[in-house]
Design a protein around this ligand. Structure first.
Ligand code: NAD
Length: 362
């Protein structure tokens, strides 16, 4: 089958890591007989340099017309790059915020997976790591506290600030459905995280999640308070499959979960809307400190491409092949500099892409 993909290489290490993801996808094409048709799209600093703005309406239209967007990263050195002399709405990051809004990407998915070979990078004790862990955090991205009404006022000479946390049932239902659908492709367990002992918005969250759960009888689900979840992530991370939560709790928990896995160069992510469409990108930034040196770790971007195969194209076998190739490369002792350890072979960005592509098979 043919799949149409908009490709935003972006800035810094973006073009280097995206190139390797395309190399791996090209091997998937050969082995499994698919076609991936790419159209490059400018965003971030690369777009400012050409068009004077971080994202044009034409670029948005191209992304909207495709099956998915594969992205590297955008932005430059915030202290030295001329892009940061521009007003905030013209800076590189404004392009990404605009694109997320235009594509209605309300669900953010971040896996936290511990590779046996990278256990050393995990700050948890061996007895806690146990058999390892493999979870995803499904975070609501466009509602809640970060988008509610806020104000700072002064009352009788005392400054006072407030932010409001609002969710309506439609917003909760669509993210909950996405969470249960993802669980159906995994170990079929959802942990819905809230603060229902205190917050009304959490009590509604719980009610709606229970309603949605009725449509997914194969998926087991539980509710967990956010403070307990923060604790459980470092006490027994192996218990989680899909963590489903609102915007701010997800912001904090996804960083906690990713840190227990180790390197930023390994962390993939997806932002999804109500359809199969998604934007896939590594969790890290454009790493201007190492750009252009062919030393960045391309694995997060390659794993993001695997998520694109699984969640936007329903190509589970192909996604498995990419993930298994990554595992095999690590098992064979190859590492980029950021994850290098004793007795391993250090490789460049482009070599890592070659080694993973070589290991793709049915
Ligand atoms: P960063 O993630 O780019 O870099 C932090 C550290 O991690 C650096 O030392 C970098 O070398 C390292 N690193 C990141 N990705 C790596 C990889 N694949 N392989 C090896 N090492 C890697 O964060 P930062 O320095 O705070 O931000 C740099 C720029 O990236 C800024 O302009 C920021 O706004 C932007 N940014 C973009 C995105 C995005 O595109 N979604 C996300 C975060 C930051």
């Amino acid at each position: 089958m043919k799949y149409n993909v908009a490709v935003i290489s972006g800035d810094g290490i973006g073009p280097e890591i995206v190139e390797e993801a395309k190399k791996v996808l090209s091997k998937v094409e050969q082995v499994f007989g698919h076609t991936f048709a790419y159209e490059p799209v400018l965003m971030g600093g690369a777009s400012i340099d050409v068009h004077g703005v971080p994202l044009t309406d034409e670029a948005i239209a191209v992304c909207q017309s495709k099956d998915a967007v594969l992205m590297g990263s955008i932005g430059g050195n915030t202290a030295t790059s001329p892009w940061y002399q521009l007003p905030p709405e013209k800076r590189p990051e404004a392009g990404l915020l605009k694109l997320r809004k235009a594509l209605n990407l309300f669900a953010n998915l971040r896996p936290a997976y511990l590779y046996e070979e990278l256990k050393e990078a995990c700050p948890l004790k061996d007895e806690i790591i146990g058999e390892g862990f493999d979870m995803v955090i499904m975070r609501e991205l466009t509602g809640g506290l970060y988008f509610g009404e806020r104000k700072t006022i002064e009352e009788h000479g005392v400054r006072k600030a407030y932010d409001s946390l609002t969710y309506d049932e439609k917003e909760i239902r669509r993210i909950a459905k996405r969470g249960f659908e993802i669980a159906m492709k995994r170990r079929k367990k959802v942990t819905s995280v809230d603060k229902a002992n205190v917050l009304d918005s959490s009590r509604l969250w719980r009610t709606i999640v229970e309603e949605v759960a009725e449509d997914y009888p194969e998926v087991s689900y539980e509710h967990m308070l956010v403070d307990n979840c923060a604790m459980q992530l470092v006490k027994n991370p192996g218990q989680f499959d899909v963590i489903l939560t609102e915007n701010m709790f997800g912001d904090i928990l996804s960083d906690e979960a990713s840190m227990v896995t180790g390197s930023i160069g390994m962390l993939s992510s997806a932002s999804l809307n109500e359809t199969k469409f998604g934007l896939y990108e590594p969790s890290g930034g454009s790493a201007p400190d190492i750009a252009g040196q062919n030393i960045a770790n391309p694995i997060a971007t390659i794993l993001s491409a695997a998520m694109m195969l699984r969640y936007s194209f329903d190509l589970d076998q192909e996604a498995d092949a990419v993930e298994n190739a990554v595992k095999q490369v690590l098992k064979d002792g190859y590492r980029t500099i950021d994850i290098m350890s004793e007795d391993c072979t250090q490789v460049k960005t482009s070599q890592m892409g070659d080694l993973i592509a070589e290991r793709i098979h049915k």
